[in-house]
Every structure is written in structure tokens, then in C-alpha cells.
Design a protein around this ligand. Sequence first.
Ligand code: PEP
Length: 255
Amino acid sequence: MKKLIAANWKMNKTVPEAVSAAKELKLLIKNSKNAEVAVCPPFTALEAVGKELEKTKIKLGAQNMHFEDSGAYTGDISPLMLKGIGCEYVILGHSERREFFKEDDVLINKKVMSALKNKLTPILCVGETLEQRSSSKAREVIDKQLRNCLDKVNAKQMQNVVIAYEPVWAISRGISNTKPATKEDAEEMHKFIREFLGNIFDSATAKNARIIYGGSVKPENAEELLSMPNINGALVGNASLNAKSFAEIVKAAEN
Ligand code: PEP
């Protein structure tokens, strides 16, 4: 399975800045064969970045969406709109959406179902807080998030879902000296997620599931995290804002 390296630019980059980053990135990774790369700019830059990435293998993704195809939802963006401008991926249930916009598992599940219906691949984020980890509740939290967010998803649909394990305590929130989970801790949780998928779906679905890691991935630590058997890629925030450092992470996934 090719590793998926996805850039989450969050609420950063104006349209010209986003286009220029995409231009730089496509040159830097033009020879990359063994990794799948996706870029998730803010909504305003999706179309322009999509045009810049035309005829490349770099895929386009959004950072959120509404679950309805259209309607009276002021300020929101629908899956049809994303599909219409060439998005293939959509990040759902990011911890920042859960924390700052009070998104819960029920809402995230509606979005997952809607993404699948509209042939968008959800990158479903799950992760525990530091407090939950310190009180040995990490597995319980991930189990509940996955159970709720994947409610009504069947094994066939699961082939088109990416799970991003993003421990909330490891996410940099724009600060560059934060530490990721150790490769052992990340691997342990990824293995747990794969076993969970084996239990609710079947062993083939679990084996083929893409489970990517997110939280302070940088060029310095990408290779060791990506070398772990159950880590199938990375969701990269801060380090993806710079095309060169993101390209180095993509190179680490090629090995
Ligand atoms: C994220 O928020 O999805 C993320 C992985 O952020 P960072 O890489 O900055 O920790």
C-alpha cells in the first residue's frame, strides 16, 4: 500500500500564497512515485490550487464540509461543491473542529456518510487529549470515537475511509518545537485501531485500511514514524506550510 502524505494548511495562506506553495511543491516532488500526496488548502484557495496541480499526481482535499448537498446553511460548504472543483479527500472530525466548533461524533458520522455518498474520501481524525492519555483512557476514547463516527459504514465503504490518528497533545497548533508521539506509542495506537477495524469489519478490511499519523510530523522525525508497520502515512499541519519541509516528509515516505 502506498503511504498517504496529506498537508493540512488549516487557516493559512491567501490564494496567491497557496498557489505559489503548490507550484513549488509540484516541482519538488515531481519524481515521487511511491507515496500518494494530498494537499488540503483553505476553501478559498481550493480551486486555484487544484488548477495549479492539474496534470500532477498530487490530490486535492478540503479541511471540512457540511453533510447536506445544498441548503440554508449560511457560511458552509457542501460535498457537491468540493467534488465540483476536483476534491478527492476531505478531512473530517479534526480535533480543532471538535474543540473550537463543538463538532461531536454524531455530526462527524453524518459528514462521513455524506462524503462517501458523494465519492469523497474522508480522512477521519480521532485522538485523545493529554488528560485522557494520562488517565489511561486513550484506547477507550479512540474506540468510542471510531465506533460512533463509523456508525453505518460498511466494509466496502471502509475501503474508502482513511483514519488519521492524531493525539491532541501532539498537535503543534503552529508551534514548531512540539514533539510527536514516540514511534512506539504511535504504533501501539495504530495497531489498536487496526484490531478495532478487524473486530467491527473483518480482517481483510483491517489489513487494507489506511491509518495515518498526525501530530508534529517534521522532516526530522518523519522517517522513523513512517517506518512503523501500522503507520500508513501522515497528516501534516505546521510542517506542510513550507513546501521544502513537506517535500522532505514525502521523500521520507518513499523509503
Ligand atoms: C494537524 O493538526 O492535523 C496536525 C497534524 O498538525 P501539526 O502537524 O502542526 O501538529
